[in-house]
Structures are given as C-alpha cells and as structure tokens.
Design a protein around this ligand. Structure first.
Ligand code: ADP
Ligand code: ADP
Ligand code: MG
Length: 455
C-alpha cells in the first residue's frame, strides 16, 4: 500500500526546515512551514508554499507546544508532518497524536520511539539483539543506594545519565562514592526539570573514547546501513565537527559495527531514518552502543556526500509507504566528507551565545562544497533557540584532501557581524593531531583549555 505524501507540515525551524523543504520540492510535495513570532521572516518561511504562525518566540510556547503544532497540522490540511531534530522529534506521545489525527508522522511509530528513544529501553533492546553496551545499569536506578552498589561493581569513574536526556545534557562524570551520593539527587531533580522525567541510569566512563555512529534506513521489513560517521570532536558533549567515514577504524571492526546497527534496527522492525551511536575504545579495539536517535541527525550531510543518498527524500518516501529503493550492495562509501557546525557563539568569550544580525553571508561554492543554513544576508539569529547558523560540508577523494578543501572553504566563508565559531574551525583544520585523526571525545576540551581563540 502506498500513500504518497502530497502536502507536508515542516514542524521545525532553521537549517533543517530549509533542508526538509528542499527534499519535499524534489518530490513534488507542497510545504507548510510553522513559525514562531520570532521566525516570521526566516528563510524556510519564505521558501515554503504556506506559513502558519504557532505562538510566541519561546520554544515551549511554539515549536514545543504540542497543542499549537497539532492545531497547525489540522488547519494546514497537510497529510504528513516532518519533525526534523530536537523539539518534538523524539516525543512518542506527539507522534501518536499525529497518527491518531490520520496524518503521517515522518519517522518511526510511537511504539518504536518509546522503545528506542528512551536510553534505558534502548540499552535493553541492544543487549537483547546481542549488541555490546557500555557496562552499566540494567534498568532505571531507583535511588542513590542502588547507584552506589552498581558503581562499586563497575569501578569509578562512572557516568550518570538521564534516560530521557539529549543534546549532551543530563550527563555527569562521577569519580568517587561521595561524589556519586551527592550527584544522584541533583541529577534526578535536573532531569525532571529539563526532560519531565527524572529517570537515571549509570554507565562505566570510557576514557579516550571515540564517538562513532551508524546511519540506518528501514522500511519496517528491510534495514540497510549507510556506513558510519565519526563525531569525536565535541564541546560539552555536543558535536562540533563530524566526518564520514571514521578516521581510523579497522576494517573488520567497521563491518561488525555496521552489522550490529542493522541487527538492532531489524530487531525492532525499524521504519525510517535512524542512527545508532557507539563509543569506540581504541585501547581495547572494542565498541559499545550508547543510544539511538530515531530521527534525522544534524550531521546527516556527510553521509549523503559519501554515499550519494538523499536521506531526507528517503525518509519522505518511506513515510509515504514506499519500500526501500536500495539494497545493501547498492550502497557505497566513496571518498571522505567533513561537516563543521558554524554556531553563533563567540570563541573569544568561552563560546557565549552571540545572537544578532547577519549582514554578511559569503559562502564558498564548488562541487565538493555544501552549506546548509536557515539564514541569508539580512536575517537575524534570534536568541531563543539553539545557536546553529549553518553547516559547512566538504568532500574529497581522501581525508587529507577533504581537510585541505575545508581549510580553503573556511578562508572564504565570511559571516558577520555576529560572532561565530568559524575561527575555531580555522584553527582545528590546521591542527596536527586532527590531521592524524588522533582524537577522542575529550580532545577538544583539552585543546580549548590550552589555546586562546579570537572572535
Ligand atoms: P545530533 O544527535 O543530530 O548530532 P544533537 O545531539 O546536536 O544532534 O541535537 C540536535 C538538536 O536537538 C540540537 O539542537 C539539540 O539542542 C536538540 N536536542 C537533542 N535532544 C534534545 C532533547 N531531549 N530535548 C531538547 N532538545 C534536544
Ligand atoms: P546525548 O543523548 O546527549 O547525545 P549520549 O549518550 O549520546 O548523549 O552521549 C553524548 C556524549 O557523551 C558522547 O558522544 C560521549 O562523548 C559522551 N559519553 C556518553 N556516554 C559515555 C560513556 N559511558 N563514557 C564516556 N563518554 C561518554
Ligand atoms: Mg548522542
């Protein structure tokens, strides 16, 4: 049964809204963009066929306001909704409300989001599918005593994580029993306030880990992988620079990693685009599943650059009822791609958010260069949402050539007067450790502690 989507509500903002509109256009799907009062003039609103205003600037009153978004969906006459990333993209109740209205939610069904979007449930699904996880708790931790016993068994340092966490939030490293006893009640209170769910779990803290993740696509029956990405360069556990493929991963391990992601997705009959995130421990040459994101990810373009697959189009086709158009043998990974996140943050002032006007937006062009943004010259970065201005993506036949191209592209890229993270990326693109591919998830924070940057 095929239900091709005719009209799509874009339930997000910024660069990903633009990205979704482009994919919809390619497929001949009409678009309706929701906007908060602060986003009336944003690029995606000017590109969409229709615009519906859904509330005041604060995300809680607009993009996160389930009632208002559903109301817009009803009024729009759209037969489908794409949630993008962040906001309501991994909210199972929201996904259910959309389908209860007889509309298509572009993503997995609510049951799968509940099973895989909750990090404790996902760990259990991984264990059941024979995918290695970081040593840690089996279920949610009820109290500090249970946490202490478990930490004793695993050995310090350990990580306390929120079951509903995301975006690098709700995670803390604890190095002793005293620290753990104090941290558990704080973490419960914080997770309750931030995610409306105080559920916690515990994992061994893997030192010198690398973050490697596998992109998958499923149609409910067949699952394929589109190889891996490496996102080890992080600040505050948020990715700032991403690559495909991973810089230095033994071929056998890579095959095992990708196979494990397919196995896990298959075990839940996954439908849509998703990512299995892992930590890779080079000292032990082992990988551990950490979480699944049941949505499109910020860094999806690097996979698109090396495989030639349009992931957002695939999402829309699958949501419309089509079976996967490609078999695993058809998917190849050619060359190397790198994405750097350009945020409106001031590198000279500890990455303090720097919203404000964009008068200059000079973007390099070329076949192997892509710039995904939600802004153009004359726009303003509003202070209410995350600080992503755009993503510069380059590719090359080798990693060294991709970095060389990135260096040149960053010289040409000019955004202002808002302060951005361009100076950070210019410095990183020249760094010897990074050129060697010799980094871990803690590398960037250490480097930042020793190196001053200007705006
Ligand atoms: P990715 O996993 O795609 O690399 P990030 O982890 O950077 O993406 O998150 C994507 C976006 O979603 C960011 O804007 C982030 O702030 C937001 N986000 C992620 N998880 C949550 C959450 N649980 N609640 C609110 N926002 C979230
Ligand atoms: P989020 O949902 O916020 O993305 P993740 O579970 O994906 O949370 O973890 C985010 C980052 O935190 C990882 O990319 C990694 O850098 C770090 N991290 C998570 N779990 C561990 C762990 N057990 N040991 C070491 N680092 C970890
Ligand atoms: Mg993650």
């Amino acid at each position: 049964m095929t239900t091709p989507i005719r009209k799509l509500l874009v339930a997000n903002r910024g660069e990903i809204a633009v990205r979704i509109i482009r994919a919809a256009r390619k497929l001949g799907i009409a678009t309706v963009q929701i906007v908060s009062e602060a986003d009336r003039e944003m690029l995606a609103a000017r590109m969409a066929d229709e615009v519906i205003e859904i509330g005041p600037p604060a995300a809680a009153k607009s993009y996160l306001n389930v009632g208002n978004v559903l109301d817009a969906l009803r009024r729009s006459g759209a037969d489908a909704l794409h949630p993008g990333y962040g906001f309501l993209s991994e909210n199972a109740q929201f996904a259910k409300a959309v389908t209860d209205m007889g509309r298509i939610f572009v993503g997995p069904d609510a049951g799968t989001i509940e099973r895989m979007g909750d990090k404790v449930n996902a760990r259990q699904a991984a264990i059941a599918a024979g995918v290695p996880v970081v040593p840690g708790s089996e279920g949610r931790l009820d109290d500090a005593r249970a946490a202490l016993e478990l930490a004793e068994a695993i050995g310090y340092p350990v990580m306390i994580k929120a079951a509903a966490g995301g975006g690098g939030r709700g995670i803390r490293v604890v190095r002793s029993a005293e620290e753990l006893a104090a941290a558990v009640p704080q973490a419960i209170a914080e997770a309750t306030a931030a995610f409306g769910d105080g559920g916690l779990y515990l994992e061994a803290y893997i030192e010198n880990a690398r973050h490697i993740e596998v992109q998958i696509l499923g149609d409910g029956e067949t699952v394929v992988h589109l190889f891996e990405r490496e996102c080890s360069l992080q600040r505050r556990r948020q990715k700032v620079w991403e690559e495909a493929p991973a810089a230095a991963l033994p071929a056998a391990l890579r095959a095992e990693l990708c196979a494990s992601a397919v196995r896990l997705a298959r075990s839940v009959a996954y439908r849509g685009a998703g990512t299995m995130e892992y930590l890779y421990d080079p000292d032990r040459n082992a990988f551990y599943f950490i979480e699944m994101n049941t949505r499109i990810q910020v860094e999806h373009p690097v996979t698109e650059m090396v495989t030639g697959v349009d992931l957002v189009c695939e999402m829309l086709l699958i949501a419309g009822g089509r079976k996967l158009s490609m078999a695993q043998e058809d998917i190849r990974c050619d060359g190397h791609a790198i994405e750097v996140r350009i945020n409106a943050e001031d590198p000279a002032r500890n990455f303090f958010p720097s919203p404000g006007p964009i008068d200059r937006l000079q973007v390099p062009s070329g076949e192997a260069i892509r710039f995904d943004t939600g802004f153009d010259a004359g726009s303003r970065v509003p202070p209410y949402y995350d600080s992503l201005v755009g993503k510069l993506i380059v590719s090359g036949s080798s990693r060294a050539l991709a970095i060389e191209r990135l260096r040149q592209a960053l010289e040409e890229l000019d955004i202002g007067p808002v302060a951005t993270t361009i100076p950070l990326h210019r410095a990183l693109a020249r760094n010897a450790d990074l050129l060697d591919g010799n980094v871990s998830t803690q590398w960037l924070e250490r480097w930042l502690a020793e190196n001053a940057l200007s705006s």
